[in-house]
Design a protein around this ligand. Structure first.
Ligand code: NAI
Length: 336
């Protein structure tokens, strides 16, 4: 089985080499992302392995299919970057890693909150320069604050548990109410109630047609003045231009994002010597109350090990012809 691995970083290769020791699978690594312009690299392979910012749109899928690709291995949970309908019509099998470490992402959301609130990143730099002043480092107690969690699946529920541990009141919004969370004290409310009552709103739902620009001018207007917004899910859950305006007028008091609408042109790359042409992200970076990390929520040893092992086992499942809950397809996702 010959697999072309796209968007490969050093750590991806390191983990695959470590866990594919018997060499059952023949992996070839490409640093470039998979997109229409790079799809021809798939000639001579049986399958591809891709990550969050590879673009598996109609044209790319048609090219890889005509090159003989039968199998798509997503080394991530989200599949919003794949045209599932086209993939199904072409007979391409798709597998994902549904959960790698929900705790990794939930803990990163907490890191964003604590950093924005207590400004440890600024304190670190100040103290290194001999500046021991506390001016402008003041934060607030998380204890007894209200945290709104949109999406209480695997990551959202891990995040609820963490924030309950901090002594916060948790309001949640999800079509499926988690009984365990309710027993722990989480209260399910409508999206509007959540937006109106929360000091911190954290997004943990997937990007779908329904959730695209979930945070837009209208929903942002409902937030408490000065609320904190955290997004570790997918960039397009937030209308970036709308939140920029809300940051300027103080409606949003803090923004912590690990994902960004146009991230595929930026994230995972060292652009420190380049001219960044995305004026929106540069404007966001200019705010003292905005913290951006480049999609590192998942990035722990435990998650990388899980991604690697589940991806390798997805290949075996495909070869054995057995069924798995890791399979993704248009029909499976639209089953009543
Ligand atoms: P999950 O599938 O376990 O949970 C998602 C939850 O969102 C479900 O309970 C679902 O009912 C709910 N939901 C769907 N539409 C909703 C809506 N309109 N309003 C409220 N809730 C809604 O997914 P999981 O594993 O918790 O992951 C959540 C998201 O986190 C993923 O879709 C992905 O975009 C993102 N993610 C980010 C990572 C990072 O490194 N920053 C790593 C892994 C995932």
């Amino acid at each position: 089985m010959k697999i072309a691995v796209f968007s490969t970083k050093k750590y991806d290769k390191e983990f695959f080499e470590n866990y594919n020791k018997d060499g059952n699978v023949n992996l070839t690594y490409f640093e470039v992302a998979l997109k229409e312009q790079t799809a021809n690299l798939t000639q001579g392979f049986d399958g591809i392995c891709t990550f969050v910012n590879d673009k598996l749109d109609k044209k790319t899928l048609e090219t890889i299919h005509s090159n003989g690709i039968k199998l798509i291995l997503l080394r991530c949970a989200g599949f919003n970057n794949v045209d599932l309908k086209v993939a199904e019509d072409l007979g391409l099998k798709i597998y994902r890693v549904p959960a790698y470490s929900p705790h990794a992402v939930a803990e990163h959301a907490l890191a964003l909150i604590l950093t924005l609130n207590r400004k440890t990143h600024k304190a670190y730099n100040r103290v290194r320069e001999g500046n021991f002043s506390l001016e402008r480092l003041r934060g607030f107690d998380l204890y007894k604050k209200t945290v709104g969690v949109i999406g209480t699946g695997k990551i959202g529920s891990a995040f609820c548990s963490i924030m309950l541990g901090m002594g916060c009141k948790i309001l949640a919004h999800d079509a499926y109410e988690n009984e365990d969370l309710k027993e722990k004290g989480v209260v399910y409310v409508s999206k509007n109630e959540l937006l109106e009552q929360s000091d911190i709103v954290s997004l943990h739902c997937p990007l779908t047609d329904d959730t695209f620009h979930l945070m837009n001018e209208e929903s942002i207007q409902k937030l408490k003045k000065g609320a904190m917004v955290i997004n570790t899910s997918r960039g397009a859950l937030i209308n970036t231009l709308d939140i920029l305006e809300a940051l300027k007028d103080g409606r949003v008091g803090y923004l912590g994002i690990d994902v960004y609408e146009q991230e595929e042109k930026l994230f995972f790359n060292d652009l420190s010597e380049s001219i960044i042409k995305d004026d929106t992200i540069m404007r966001l970076i200019s705010f003292p109350n905005v913290l951006i990390t480049s999609h590192q929520g998942f990035f722990t040893n435990e998650a990388l090990k899980q991604i690697t092992n589940v991806t390798l086992s997805n290949i075996q499942t495909y070869l054995n012809g057995t069924s798995t809950e890791n399979e993704v397809s248009y029909s499976l996702m639209h089953k009543a």
